[in-house]
Design a protein around this ligand. Sequence first.
Ligand code: KG4
Ligand code: ZN
Length: 352
Amino acid sequence: MRLLGIETSCDETAAAIVERDAAGRGTILSNIVRSQFSEHAPYGGVVPELAARAHVSHLDHIIARASAAAGVPLGDLDGIAATAGPGLIGGVLVGLTTAKALAAALHKPLIAVNHLEAHALTARLTHELQFPYLLLLVSGGHSQFVLVRGVGDYHRWGSTIDDALGEAFDKVAKLLDLGAPGGPEVERQAALGDSRRFAFPRPLLKEDRLDFSFSGLKTAVRLAAQQIAPLTPGDVADICASFQLAVTDIVTSRSRSALERFRAELPGIPPVLVVAGGVAANQAISNGLSTLAADSGARLVVPPIPLCTDNGAMVAWAGAERLALGDTDGFDIAAKARWPLDSADMGRHHGR
Ligand code: KG4
Ligand code: ZN
């Protein structure tokens, strides 16, 4: 089966066509992403109203490009999938309404995809991977551990109690006057700096839970920067390196605990840690997780970076996984700003 996937929940306008064969293997036929980076740059963050307008202006063209690049006319598709939440509601409405219109006009099934589910299932598109596995989702809006037991069968083991990890990178970048998006800028600076110069806190690390907290760390970074202002380029690099080391320690130590819980609750099942979301692009963090996986005998799966950040292929793939189970949605399905992965309607239709 071949599906179109539409992603408009934040500041990427994206469409892709993905094929899923009878054995459950996926192939990306096209994957077009248009970042709205330049529209939002003057404001230092994503402006929801501008994002929605830009999605309206560009989505039709992006879908046409995805169809042309794949060599698949829209009429030949087996289903239309779009992110229906969670995300900035204006943008989600643009993508979901477009998907409904296409599905109605072409008489194709509609699949309303949870954006977090799309991140969670991407590793099955790129790797040979069976359920269950442990997901570490670290993006601009989310930081959580999820036990993925099957399509629609998700158990959240821990989340951030304040900022998401990507958000912490973005805020640190902003307070150091680095450009946006902040994560890659902080990583670039960190490579030039001394990670031992500042001893930033590792919040919650001593507590026996799988939650994250990053806002205290961000405040510590701000105070350190204020104390030594004006900052030289060397200071900026040292702050970034010390911040990145702190978050790498936090993420690897939490992941170690999560893998221990996996072994305890799922004895006999080889532990697999899947990393998803934009922060998976960070080399220091993924190196920390590789070392952890090697030390603890777990398999680590990190999809290629362009598939870790927001894209249409992950939405098309999640739609295909749902459609393969006979799971489709009616045209009355609503866009949702909030839609936790473990909410009751995630197991909809196929009786979980
Ligand atoms: O998954 P994503 O594309 O969008 C959301 O759904 O949030 O993630 C974007 C986030 C941003 O906060 C960005 O700064 C962060 O991922 N990010 C990084 C890196 N690349 C992107 N954070 C740290 N290091 C990176 N190399
Ligand atoms: Zn995302």
